[in-house]
Design a protein around this ligand. Structure first.
Ligand code: GLU
Length: 449
């Protein structure tokens, strides 16, 4: 366990004491603080104004009851969260996650990451996150609708185009955003398109938003490869997960000439050495909402499903963890290194454990943290907000170009900042420092609030 510098260590101990039991939040704050040593040395003004302590404390945390009635007529109860973490750069912005693992510590880690990710996009958006321990798996459309309506019946009073703009995350896609937007519109009697992002194309959504997180991750990885004199062409790629991020990361990697040979879900993984059939994968996962084993059955040989186990056992040149936090540990990282993997870019939020990051870095594997590599989703949400504000809708090509420009910009900024602060080539340091400084300077300017 590394000890932080004398300014930062007591701050971290205070975080541990004030946020007991929130392991993921501790992990995310520690990872940021570990990068800030050269920053606090160079900028005593941040310490004087207690910027670091303030940035680690959410501006507002909302926890609420979400009662709803299931198809059998039974009353169900869930807990809803919205953590409005930092609004120095703009309205709180970040997704909603519906998953049984959701509790305050998960929402706070995600909201904390979101602050710096959003800053890196260069768009005027603050950081927030929310969700519920509701499990949409196995629920009917009608149950999901009733849950979303109940959730929004409380959330609506806290959000707004200029206040807080939620979007999707795990368990929240176009269907859920639709039900929540409908309920918001009904309660407020306002067609306020800019209150949520990830909307459907016919009712205020943006083209490319669906693809953006996955495409953006691949654009970022592609910049890493370029800086090393190579590209996706002819490379073998493994993605984890098979949700929105994984599917579109696989699609863009394949479009750039790679073969994507594996993906996973919580039941196991699929290996398909011919390259994943993405139309079939979309049909199975997005339309029919079935398990990944169904993909292997319908695709036939050589595709096969392996129950349980780790998708990271499949040899690859480039690994894109796109499932969930802490899904790739030190052992998996060692396997990737042994199999010759050279680039790991996080499509999910914090999928690599601190051990994994250490193993990869020591082996010289280029490692892109989620707050940089997966920022394309929220960046395109900000583009959706721009279109809503100007009552306009842009073409797919134009929007994708904007996304790519943003990802190229983030990559550049990470490298330049890492270099400037004495950690050349270190994307973790570059992303943490560049994101932090942007928010810290705004906080300094706005006074003690
Ligand atoms: N949930 C996504 C993320 O982790 C997107 C958030 C958004 O579009 O606001 O960045």
């Amino acid at each position: 366990m590394t000890t932080l510098n004398p300014t930062l260590q007591p701050i971290f101990e205070e975080i541990l004491a004030r946020n007991p039991g929130e392991a993921e939040f501790h992990q995310a704050t520690k990872e940021l603080l570990e990068s800030l040593d050269p920053v606090v040395r160079r900028h005593p003004e941040y310490t004087d104004a207690e910027i670091i302590r303030r940035i680690c404390e959410p501006e507002r945390q909302i926890i609420f009851r979400v009662p709803w009635v299931d198809d059998a007529g039974r009353v169900q109860l869930n807990r809803g969260f919205r953590v409005e973490f930092n609004s120095a750069l703009g309205p709180y912005k970040g997704g909603l996650r519906f998953h049984p693992s959701v509790y305050l510590g998960i929402v706070k880690f995600l909201g904390f990451e979101q602050i710096f990710k959003n800053a890196l996009t260069g768009m005027p958006i603050g950081g927030g996150k929310g969700g519920s321990d509701f499990d949409p798996k196995g629920r009917s459309d009608a149950e999901v609708m009733r849950f979303c309506q109940s959730f929004m019946t409380e959330l609506y009073r806290h959000i707004g185009e200029y206040t807080d703009v939620p979007a999707g995350d795990i368990g929240v896609g176009g269907r859920e955003i639709g039900y929540m937007f409908g309920q918001y519109k009904r309660i407020t009697n306002r067609y306020e398109s800019g209150v949520l992002t990830g909307k459907g194309i016919g009712w205020g959504g943006s083209l490319v938003r669906t693809e953006a997180t996955g495409y953006g991750t691949v654009f970022f990885a592609s910049e890493i490869l370029k800086s090393r004199g190579t590209s996706f062409e002819g490379k073998t790629v493994v993605v984890s997960g098979s949700g929105n991020v994984a599917i579109y990361a696989a699609e863009k990697a394949a479009a750039l000439g790679a073969t994507v040979v594996a993906c996973s879900d919580s039941s196991g993984y699929v290996v398909d050495q011919d390259g994943l059939d993405l139309d079939l994968l979309k049909e199975v996962k997005e339309v029919r909402r079935e398990r990944i084993s169904v993909y292997a059955e319908e695709r036939g040989a050589p595709a096969r499903f392996i129950a349980g186990g780790s998708v990271w056992d499949v040899p690859c040149d480039i690994a894109l963890p796109c499932a969930t936090q802490n899904e790739l540990d030190g052992d998996a990282a060692a396997t990737l290194v042994r199999n010759g993997c050279t680039v790991v870019a996080e499509g999910a939020n914090m999928p690599c454990t601190p051990d994994a990051v250490r193993v990869l870095s020591q082996a010289g594997v280029a490692f892109a943290p989620g707050k940089a590599a997966n920022a394309g989703g929220v960046a395109t949400s900000a583009l959706e907000m721009q279109q809503n504000a100007s009552r306009d809708s842009w073409s797919f090509v134009h929007t994708e170009e904007r996304l790519e420009e943003i990802m190229v910009g983030i990559h550049q900024r990470c490298l330049e900042t890492a270099e400037e602060y004495g950690a050349p080539g270190n994307y973790v340091a570059g992303a943490n420092i560049a994101g932090f400084i942007q928010v810290a300077d705004a906080m300094l300017a706005l006074g003690v609030i």
